[in-house]
Write a protein that binds this ligand. Structure first.
Ligand code: SF4
Length: 352
């Protein structure tokens, strides 16, 4: 067990030996030598969002709300590609936008969550894919409603520091208040929803705030036991975003954050998105990651459209070169496939 101050000292240090020491410990304890991925289809239900984050390229004022038939077509196709996860993503509180609300009303829906419920239910009934929703802040009751049709759900913590709400990253994003995000992650725990969260590295946070964020996730998980994976995601600078000139985290910064995540979060899977870490992802396997996340043979990463997914054979080679076996997983991790953690209907579907 590593303490907060030891973790901070590690991030501040530039000693190669302290990195090697921790790598040795992680690799000595890692006997499983498996790395997982989920074959998914990314469904960008609507790209409007009430937040305006300084690093976002997903949000668009001239939004597109996917039609029911368009989503069904993607899901049907994804099924033929052997995908098992339907990743439904949309901006936070899209119903706040009158035009979105109007479009939904014309289609006969009172709001986006009703629309999402219906397509998720259709997905469960008609395909071999399992829904996983990530759509920003949801209340306890909304999570409870969506639990019936989701195998797992997610929300990035990003960082537990409220200070970032006064910086270019989150000053226009009321939903990035860490108190709201922590409350939602805790509510998911109370409702026994297998959950994915993560931290975003390089959005102006201090080293101490990085450490605090990992310990905050650990605290929540110790209370509820529902966090199945933590994504350690690197900020990418892109043309025309407010943070265009911000420095991306260096490979060593990421390397050290992955080492720390592994040491602090112990039984939680650690994931890095392979499309954002093409050159370095393989090295991160040595640092303790055990999951490549969702990889799609069909749809692009609509949040990072400039970064294509590696294909599965490429990931296989990446993994094998370091003695790891690549294994496919469902959006819900195996240890949560029990009646305590998922809705009966979804459990039956998985067993079938
Ligand atoms: S919350 Fe997500 S979708 Fe909304 S602006 Fe921020 S990064 Fe973009």
């Amino acid at each position: 067990m590593i303490t907060k101050s030891e973790a901070l000292d590690f991030l501040k240090s530039n000693s190669t030996n302290s990195i090697l020491e921790k790598l040795e410990k992680i690799n000595a304890e890692n006997t499983s030598k498996h790395v997982t991925f989920s074959k998914n289809a990314f469904i960008p239900v609507c790209n409007w969002c009430r937040n305006v984050c300084g690093y976002c390229t997903f949000r668009n004022e001239n939004f597109k709300l996917l039609k029911m038939d368009e989503m069904k077509e993607i899901l049907t196709k994804a099924d033929t590609f052997g995908c098992r996860e339907a990743l439904f993503t949309f901006g936070e509180n899209v119903d706040e936008n009158e035009k979105v609300k109007e479009e939904l009303k014309k289609m006969g829906y009172s709001g986006i969550l009703e629309y999402l419920y219906e397509i998720s239910d259709w997905c469960l009934e008609n395909t071999n894919l399992l829904p996983h929703t990530n759509c920003g802040i949801l209340s306890y009751d909304e999570l409870k409603y969506l639990r019936e049709v989701n195998a797992s759900m997610g929300l990035m913590l990003e960082n537990s520091s409220a200070r970032l709400c006064r910086t270019i990253a989150h000053e226009k994003s009321p939903g990035k208040d860490p108190n709201l995000r922590i409350e939602m992650i805790e509510n998911a725990g109370k409702l026994k929803i297998p959950f994915t969260t993560g931290i975003l590295i390089g959005i102006g946070e201090t080293l101490e705030e990085r450490v605090n964020s990992l310990f905050e996730i650990k605290r929540i998980h110790e209370k509820y036991g529902h966090i199945q994976e933590v994504i350690v995601q690197n900020f990418r600078s892109k043309p025309q975003i407010p943070m265009e000139n911000y420095k991306e985290p260096s490979p060593i910064e990421m390397f050290k954050m992955i080492i720390l995540s592994k040491l602090i979060l112990e039984d939680i899977s650690i994931q890095v998105p392979p499309n954002l870490n093409r050159e370095t992802g393989q090295l991160f396997l040595m640092a303790g990651i055990d999951d490549w996340g969702g990889v799609s043979p069909l749809t692009k990463d609509f949040v990072n459209p400039e970064a294509p997914w590696p294909d599965i054979e490429e990931l296989n080679i990446f993994s094998k070169e370091l003695g790891f076996t690549l294994k496919e997983r469902l959006p819900v991790y195996e240890k949560y496939i029990t009646k305590e953690w998922i809705d009966k209907k979804i459990l039956e579907k998985i067993k079938k």
